[in-house]
Design a protein around this ligand. Structure first.
Ligand SMILES: [Mn+2]
Length: 405
């Protein structure tokens, strides 16, 4: 017995406003289905669609692709993700369920009973569970708040039980956002997870907990390759995309080919260097690539020119960040280099900033320049005499004027 576990298919995602990118997502889904031969059933752990209201083309693709499983008589069990759950009672999943293309699991207002689904009443609602031979599949769609309240109802009874959730588990989340921790999980023989877009696999009390990851590259953080050109040119491979085949509860990752999404970062002080580096990097790029490039420079970017250079790839997105010039500080001379010994001494005395130190400083200055008290007084006296003479002259002249000579 084996089953396929997929998640985060994001059908209909017109990434970077490009309708043909949605085609890439459909193609990836077709490739997955192609590789799912000889499975007994299929699990879709949420985010089958990129949006809760997929357009007609996307719905048509979903119906067509899922019909392959229907033709093969392979049941599909699915839960809603955060991207495609609906605030209203009916989502696109209900349409697919009506067409017998999948079995929607989780909390429902009405009791659902079908070939592969049976409902159990919990807390005033019904929990639709999946059954395939002796496999029991329990799960529910994405929940943002009070996850513990819902999780406690997701009890399994079979020893071939699968718990399917679209939630980020804290211990496996790369960023700070998560809704549950490993301790919150009810017991199961396999945890079929969705929501985290990278393939992850760990063991929890002897059972595998797996995120197959998204089947296509949903943003530049999920790039095929990361190229960084600052001092040196560094090329790093991104994560593989695909899904998981599970046989006897042992998961195996199967890779799916995707269009290359290149995450490129070029830094240089001068714009001319940016152009040179880009020309270098272009040798690594292919005509089918989608390139997300970030330039960092002190000078303005010649957008027209870099666009021209990038026009050899399928699509590019340019981001630019102007970096501030690094200021060069002139070296400040040391105090003993700048001041003479005498000046340093004066400054030292004036540190205390009181009358005594001021008087001391004045004394020092006087003796340094050879100015005695007497000399100072003499100078003052001289000036006074000069002034008096001047005044006298003026007065004299005025008196003469007055007397008419
Ligand atoms: Mn997703």
């Amino acid at each position: 017995m084996r089953f396929a576990h997929l998640a985060d298919i994001h059908l209909g995602y017109e990434q970077y406003n490009l309708p043909w990118r949605a085609e890439d997502f459909s193609k990836a889904f077709r490739d997955v289905v192609e590789k799912c031969k000889d499975v007994d059933f299929v699990l879709i752990a949420g985010d089958l669609f990129h949006r809760s209201s997929p357009n007609p083309k996307t719905l048509k693709d979903a119906v067509e692709i899922l019909w392959t499983f229907k033709d093969r008589e392979v049941p599909v069990f699915a839960i809603e993700g955060n991207h495609d759950r609906s605030g209203r009672e009916v989502s696109a999943y209900h349409l697919l369920e009506k067409l017998d293309l999948l079995n929607l699991l989780g909390f429902r207002r009405d009791r659902i009973e079908s070939e592969y689904v049976s409902s159990e009443k919990v807390d005033g609602v019904y929990l639709a569970k999946g059954f395939y031979k002796d496999f029991e599949i329990v799960g529910c769609g994405y929940i943002r708040w009070k996850t513990d309240k819902y999780l406690k109802f997701l009890k399994t009874s079979s020893n071939r039980s699968i718990l399917m959730l679209h939630q980020a588990v804290k211990e496996l989340s790369d960023d700070t956002s998560f809704e549950i921790t490993l301790d919150d999980l009810p017991e199961a023989k396999y945890y079929a997870m969705g929501h985290i877009h990278d393939f992850k696999k760990i063991k929890v009390d002897g059972s595998y907990l797996v995120y197959p990851g998204s089947i296509e590259r949903c943003d530049s953080k999920e790039a095929t390759i990361f190229i960084e050109y600052d001092e040196n040119l560094i090329v790093r491979e991104g994560a593989k995309k695909g899904f998981v085949l599970v046989e006897n509860f042992e998961p195996t990752f199967l890779e799916i080919d995707t269009r290359r999404l290149v995450n490129l970062k070029i830094s240089a002080k001068k714009y001319s260097e940016i152009e040179e580096k880009l020309t270098d990097v272009l040798k690594l790029l292919k005509s089918d690539d989608v390139v997300i490039v970030k330039f960092l420079s002190e000078e303005e970017l010649n957008v027209k020119k870099v666009s021209q250079l990038l026009s050899t790839v399928k699509h590019y997105e340019i981001r630019f960040e102007k970096i501030k010039k690094v200021l060069e500080y002139k070296s400040v001379p040391k105090e003993d280099e700048f001041f003479t010994d005498f000046e340093t001494k004066i400054l030292e005395v004036l540190k205390d900033y009181d009358d005594l130190s001021r008087r001391t400083a004045v004394e020092l200055i006087r003796s340094y320049f050879g100015i005695s008290d007497k000399k100072l007084l003499d100078e003052k006296e001289e000036k006074k005499v000069e002034k008096r003479e001047e005044v006298k002259k003026k007065v004299k002249r005025t008196l003469f004027d007055f007397l008419g000579d």
